[in-house]
Design a protein around this ligand. Sequence first.
Ligand code: GAL
Length: 422
Amino acid sequence: MRLTRRAAVAAVGIAALLTASACGGSDDGGSDGGAKKVEVFTWWADGGEKAGLDGLVSAFGTACAGQTFENGAVAGGAGANAKQVLASRLQQNDPPDTFQAHAGAELLDYINAGQIEDISADYDSWGLKQAFPKGLIDNLTVDGKIYSVPANIHRANVVWANTKVVKEAGVTADPKTMDEFFAALDKVKAKGKTPLAVGKDWTQLMLFESVLISDLGAEKFTGLWNGTTPWNDPGVTKGIADFKKLLSYTNPDRDALDWTDAEKLVMDGKAAYQLMGDWEAADLDAKGFKDYAWFTFPGNGTTFQWLADSFVLPKGAKNADGTKCWLKTVGSAEGQKAFNTKKGSIPARTDAAPADYPKYQQAAMADWKSATPVPSCAHGSACSQGWQGAANSALGAYSTKQDDAALQQALTAAAQQFAGKK
Ligand code: GAL
């Protein structure tokens, strides 16, 4: 993503504001009281996300003597703010020592822009080619080279429920189809509560993607992103109609909320359900909320909508040695356990022991083995950042105007502009 000079300056302003406390000391990336700093740039600033990051930081502290972690986190779900700040820093040749990037199309953006280093040789010396599943390695490999270390696998197509609210509404079983879901939402509505909590644009894109998986099936859904399913397909038209109906059950202030605000509606018993990635499991746990249950989005069957957070070595990183130790930690069995037990995700490595993990992740690990994987545009495994931005604004416009034809046209135009572009 390119920013105008003015936008870049504004973004840097935000960065300075948001990372002011993190950057309190010298910011040369060099020595500070003997230890070398590694600035780690993420959007994991709070709750379960911060708990996951803290786990990784403690593994890094053990494995990387002489290096210290510097927190470059910029708050905002799905990197809504962080990605803008990062883009302007990269443009100004001021990269952090490492940053978070989604495996798949999003990572390709940074590779194509020449902003990150090939770390294939480190993969060999750290034994990572054997540690990760072949499918993931294939996903990370571009022209025979690998540029990032995945920390996890997250699942996006999960519905989280407040068990008390659902029970009070008389819903006795998890809905398995869209029709059953609508029936459950009606029951909650009759109790005067918000049936389905949702937040702004990217959270609505997630909800819409889940509906599309139900209406198109896994293969045709994946085809939307690789060019084999046209966006004017009747399944997309049906998906928009179902999505419109779902929106009628949501909180009217949705466009002003981040995912954690929508989650709070569920925790406070004001809403029954929320579609969100499984970072919500970790966040609910971190906030001490226990009365929750989860199920795969109705109609998605055994589809596992995956995404993976990975870390990179940016070109021009000030402390490349320290970054390599961070990356090695991210890929290690210890690092993956310290991170994923707290983050709601499952390890990308195949050698983890499910018994070490909370109940939700144990179920997700079992599902991941047998499920049909599909990618996510809202979280970069399916689409580039440009495409994601276009999809987010199309959904944002739809939230207010609810013009079905305009949404389908905007998504068709976005695919024409971005599909297959390197
Ligand atoms: C995703 C990211 C997750 C989680 C989520 C909400 O893009 O991959 O790890 O942080 O955003 O912020």
